[in-house]
Design a binder for this molecule. Structure first.
Ligand code: SAM
Length: 296
């Protein structure tokens, strides 16, 4: 009986255990991920990589890492599969009004200054926006600031991310009801509509029309033509990159700020050097913010 049990357990483990990834394979996978996404994959993250890649590989019917790798790097089907794998490897954790200090700085200092400059348009960019909560948070914050202002400028918030799946959720603008608790009550009443049938709520249409979502690898920001943004908000993304890449990413983002525009980063997320062409905003408290000088 004991032997039969051992056999059953052994067969079950055989079905579920993932194959080993040797050092050569790990180096190859880590190189592919770093090159394509910029994500640092040090040895400590090997078990994360083995589990995430292994589970996805199983789902699509591959039994070993080399065959799956070959499939990914060749042909159109491989490109599609790559997008699905990237969803598994990226961390999408987010929530509405995640960083109150940065949002207070935006609402109380940055937006009043931009509005005082009588801009016709306000363009805001949420970089690494995940499933959209940050995009709608920014849209609510800007909508409230603009709403009170006599010379109402046109405004819009663009969210970009590498994950197609996350962007799809953002475009829907529909979230589980429990997530609404993160939204201040006054904004909840103005910008959220409850969908009674499914314990969910949706961002109201007028605000959804203010936002857009697009796929973009942040590593490509340095190469695209300038987007002339007024505020770039980039939080909880740089942590996934090594210091050299962080510097390159931040310099790439800086190119998209027009004179007087502001880059807001997550606390402690940057490296020592100031981004090229920007000055540190001094009165931003704990918030890490940089400005493109008006008179360059
Ligand atoms: C932890 S979430 C942060 C979401 C949001 N900014 C926040 O602070 O709540 C990180 C996001 O960065 C995205 N990401 C990771 N690597 C990326 C890359 N190379 N280009 C663009 N987005 C990337 C992930 O897909 C994920 O949605």
């Amino acid at each position: 009986m004991a032997a039969a049990n051992d056999q059953i357990v052994g067969a079950w483990e055989g079905l579920n255990a993932l194959p080993d990834m040797d050092d050569r394979q790990f180096a190859r996978w880590a190189e592919l991920l770093e090159r394509r996404t910029g994500m640092a994959m040090p040895g400590e993250r090997k078990s994360f990589l083995v589990t995430s890649v292994g589970l996805r590989m199983r789902e699509v019917g591959f039994r070993d890492f080399d065959a799956y790798y070959q499939y990914l790097v060749s042909g159109v089907a491989g490109n599609l599969e790559w997008a699905a794998l990237v969803d598994r490897l990226t961390v999408h954790e987010t929530r509405f009004f995640r960083d109150p200090r940065a949002l207070t700085f935006l609402a109380d200092q940055v937006l009043p200054e931009l509005l005082a400059a009588n801009r016709q348009e306000l363009n805001i960019w949420s970089v690494g926006c995940s499933t959209g909560e940050e995009v709608y948070t920014l849209a609510m914050t800007v909508a409230d600031a603009v709403g009170d202002h006599p010379a109402t400028p046109h405004y819009g918030v663009t969210g970009t991310d590498i994950s197609m799946h996350a962007l799809g959720v953002g475009r829907q603008g529909t979230y589980p009801l429990r997530r609404m608790a993160d939204i201040p009550e006054d904004k909840r009443n103005r910008y959220c509509g409850i969908l009674p049938e499914r314990e969910r709520f949706r961002i109201v249409a007028p605000l959804r029309r203010r936002v857009g979502f697009a796929q973009m690898n942040v590593l490509d920001a340095a190469r695209t033509s300038s987007l002339q943004m007024d505020v770039i908000y980039c939080q909880n993304l740089l942590i996934y990159f090594d210091h050299e890449r962080r510097r390159a990413i931040v310099d790439g983002l800086a190119r998209h700020l027009q004179p007087g525009a502001i880059l807001i980063l997550g606390a402690g997320e940057f490296v020592r050097r100031r981004p090229t062409g920007l000055e540190r905003v001094r009165n931003s408290g704990d918030v890490l913010a940089f400005r493109r000088p008006v008179n360059e």
